[in-house]
Design a protein around this ligand. Structure first.
Ligand SMILES: [Zn+2]
Length: 368
């Protein structure tokens, strides 16, 4: 079956839900249509003219970028402006663009967690509390013969997890009533007559991240023309998402040695280091791209070193005076690692679609 742009977006939005993006961010489908058929996908950090050229040569239908193609408001789209030209080229070449930015930084398996893994950190935790996912109660009314089918469909779609217990649900028996009206094609009963029948109320839990998938699996497995179900929020906190990560290194090492490790693992042209090079490091905080003052404070209190990008001179001076150790591996290198990772994830999910990285994008900084 042909894969549509919307199918890939649905998967991306389950992996990195847009509600996890910062309020100031701009994520989602930037250019194109969810209805477009997709045979080739290219993943990149930034949608640059070079990336568009490579995508066009490869007949790519969808570019997935980390940095949003459109970030600040575009007031006009014409060829006199470099951004307008990019948007026009994409539309003319029929290339869709989808961007997942701060939502991809913080999600499970997203950039910061992956960056921590690449650097060999263990026992990875959130550096800063960010958002707590809502848990939802899903209740559906089912005839006896379909109980197992509907319950299984919801569990297979990911509902019913409480801690390390899967398939959690509760079922009670009762009497359901309904009167099929004109234009209906009821599974049980006839038009105009009030029906009373034994039904079962099946309840389970699902996070808001997967609720759409669970509901659609439940409806597909249900025999009724109109499925009666309720969804309501729970006060029990669900999964917590964090900004940045903190983790332990396999063994302690000096700051300068760890800087070498970071440089090699991230394939960075260069890293800049703040702090005493012979300081012993055991616990590292990571924060991809750029950071703020809050992150500086948390990294100082929770870790021996902060690995990040985009350190400005005055921040570097403050960090040094605060006694912090910091490795600035650059914005590009701390985030580019997600490109091959995302290619891998998408390939696994969409076997009929060709998913590729690109070998044209590079750090805008040259190290001489
Ligand atoms: Zn970035």
């Amino acid at each position: 079956m042909a894969v549509k742009c919307g199918d890939i977006i649905r998967f991306m939005e389950e992996f990195a839900p847009p509600r996890l993006a910062e309020d100031w961010d701009n994520v989602g489908l930037m250019v194109g249509s969810r209805e477009d058929e997709v045979k080739k996908v290219m993943v990149c950090l930034d949608v640059t003219p070079k990336v568009i050229e490579a995508a066009s040569e490869e007949n790519v239908d969808l570019i997935i970028s980390h940095h949003p193609l459109i970030f600040k408001g575009l007031k006009r789209i014409n060829r006199e402006d470099f951004k307008g030209k990019i948007v026009m080229d994409l539309i003319q070449k029929g290339i869709n663009v989808y961007s997942a930015h701060t939502n991809l930084d913080v999600t499970d398996g997203g950039i910061n967690q992956y960056l921590s893994q690449v650097l060999g950190l263990k026992n990875i935790k959130n550096l800063k509390e960010y958002k707590i996912e809502r848990l939802l109660k899903l209740v559906v009314f089912v005839p006896k013969e379909s109980l197992d089918t509907v319950r299984d469909a919801m569990s297979k779609a990911g509902a019913g997890w409480i801690g390390n217990y899967s398939d959690c649900s509760f079922t009670t028996e009762g009497i359901g009533t309904f009167r099929p009206q004109e234009g209906t094609n009821p599974y049980i009963g006839t038009q105009g007559n009030l029906e009373k029948l034994e039904e079962y109320r099946v309840e389970t839990v699902a996070s808001e991240r997967i609720i759409d998938r669970v509901v659609s699996a439940m409806i597909s497995a249900h025999p009724y023309e109109e499925v009666a179900y309720d969804i309501y929020p729970l006060e029990i906190p669900g999964k917590e998402y964090g900004m940045g990560c903190v983790g332990e290194m396999g063994s302690a090492m000096q700051l300068d040695s760890f800087a070498e490790v970071v440089k090699n693992k991230l394939n960075a042209g260069n890293v800049r280091v703040i702090g005493n090079l012979d300081r012993e490091i055991k616990k590292a905080a990571v924060f991809c791209g750029s950071f703020d003052n809050d992150i500086m404070g948390l990294a100082k209190s929770k870790a021996d070193v902060l690995v990040t990008g985009d350190v400005k001179y005055h921040d570097a001076l403050d960090m040094l005076q605060m006694g912090m150790c910091v490795i600035d591996a650059g914005h590009f290198s701390t985030e580019r690692i997600i490109v091959p990772r995302l290619v891998e994830i998408l390939k696994k999910k969409f076997s009929g679609v060709e998913v590729m990285s690109n070998n044209v994008e590079e750090d805008p900084f040259k190290y001489i």
